[in-house]
Design a protein around this ligand. Structure first.
Ligand code: SF4
Ligand code: SF4
Length: 128
């Protein structure tokens, strides 16, 4: 009996494949279409200029030396090199002011290394 079922399935299997022709595609046309980020995804940083005290903790704790402070509007603020960052989130964890955070923004494509460096003003803008 089991043999008969196997044989029948063998005969009908090619016809079952035809149903895939009428299914919606499983792939998306990236970058025009993409899935929402998974919960907890660590992407591009955002900096709250009002909260940041310029304490240097984030730059000292960064294992990749991807974050350092620069002068902006007469004060010191972090700047991040996304090309060096490994998105470990240590800068966010150690910031006592909760001024720097990682966002779910994953679109960080750039054609040159210099534009991967985000200054305080760029970091303060909400990623789109
Ligand atoms: S982002 Fe936080 S840790 Fe970094 S300089 Fe500002 S206050 Fe200090
Ligand atoms: S996420 Fe990690 S590697 Fe990136 S800037 Fe912060 S501390 Fe450095």
């Amino acid at each position: 009996m089991a043999d008969l079922i196997d044989k029948l399935l063998g005969i009908f299997r090619p016809f079952l494949i035809v149903k895939n022709l009428f299914r919606k595609p499983m792939t998306l046309q990236f970058p025009y279409d993409s899935l929402p980020p998974v919960e907890g995804y660590r992407g591009r940083h955002i900096l709250d200029l009002d909260k940041c005290t310029g304490c240097f903790i984030c730059s000292m704790i960064c294992p990749n030396k991807a974050i350092w402070l620069v002068e902006f509007r007469g004060r010191m603020y972090p700047q991040v090199d996304l090309g060096k960052c490994c998105f470990c989130q240590l800068c966010e964890e150690y910031c006592s002011q909760k001024a720097i955070k990682l966002t779910p923004q994953s679109m960080m494509v750039t054609m040159d290394r210099k534009s991967a460096i985000l200054g305080p003003e760029q970091l303060s803008e909400t990623p789109t």
